[in-house]
Design a protein around this ligand. Structure first.
Ligand SMILES: N[C@@H](CCC(=O)N[C@@H](CS)C(=O)NCC(=O)O)C(=O)O
Length: 220
């Protein structure tokens, strides 16, 4: 009898090949890439030019025309929170499986994606999309206050250990990839625990490998 080796279900996710230089290290495909590097599973990039994301063929994969879309031989997905949650459950890695620990991790996962990230995304959008005038400046200063308030609350209540939950998990992947944006915009503020957490997380070999491979998509 021969030995049957099950073929690995290859992970694939979409990336942008001509994104502006300023987005290097900040594109959300990094979340999926980092997860797969952490658990040591191979993956393939599905490469698209930015303009191709708005074609009907791509919109079938990601209806908002954004990256990443995720695919394996069995299914297609989009939204990084959902992709990470799915992959963590499928592989049994980087997310507590049950009980209070899982409830806590899911709470933080959704809190970060729903109650922190939108304010930071709004700031990026305001920065990119508008010429500054009094109204925009007022909105931006209000937005900054909201971001600082949220970061201060996280500084006080959340970072009491090395990781958001008891051990490294997809919640850290989400938190770090959110925090990198205010860090780049120099608005992390006076939050030493958050800064220290970010430095430690960014030193993980899997993060460095993911960042390095992601950066190869950029010419500079
Ligand atoms: N909520 C989505 C957001 C995805 C997203 O914002 N993708 C950006 C890159 S970070 C994108 O593809 N932007 C190109 C565009 O919107 O045209 C997720 O987490 O997957």
């Amino acid at each position: 009898m021969g030995i049957f080796i099950k073929r690995k279900n290859m992970h694939k996710f979409s990336v942008i090949t001509d994104a502006p230089a300023g987005t290097k290290g900040l594109v959300k495909e990094l979340r999926v890439r980092w997860f797969l590097e952490e658990i040591g599973e191979p993956y393939e990039e599905m490469r698209f030019k930015h303009s191709e994301l708005k074609l009907e063929s791509y919109l079938k994969l990601q209806p908002f025309g954004q990256v990443p879309a995720y695919q394996n031989e069995d299914l297609e997905m989009y939204e990084t929170g959902a992709i990470l949650l799915f992959l963590a459950d499928e592989t049994g890695k980087l997310l507590p499986k049950e009980g209070k620990e899982r409830a806590n991790a899911l709470t933080w996962l959704f809190a970060l994606l729903n109650s922190l990230e939108p304010f930071i995304t709004a700031r990026i959008w305001l920065n990119f999309s508008f010429e500054k005038n009094d109204v925009i400046n007022q909105i931006m200063s209000q937005n900054l206050m909201l971001i600082q308030d949220k970061l201060s609350r996280l500084e006080k209540t959340m970072i009491h250990a090395d990781f958001v939950t008891g051990e490294f998990s997809i919640v850290d992947i989400v938190f770090v990839t959110i925090l990198r944006n205010p860090a780049v915009m120099s608005i992390l503020g006076d939050h030493p625990k958050l800064k220290n957490y970010l430095v430690k997380m960014e030193d993980r070999p899997a993060f460095l490998k993911a960042l390095n491979d992601h950066s190869k998509l950029y010419k500079i």
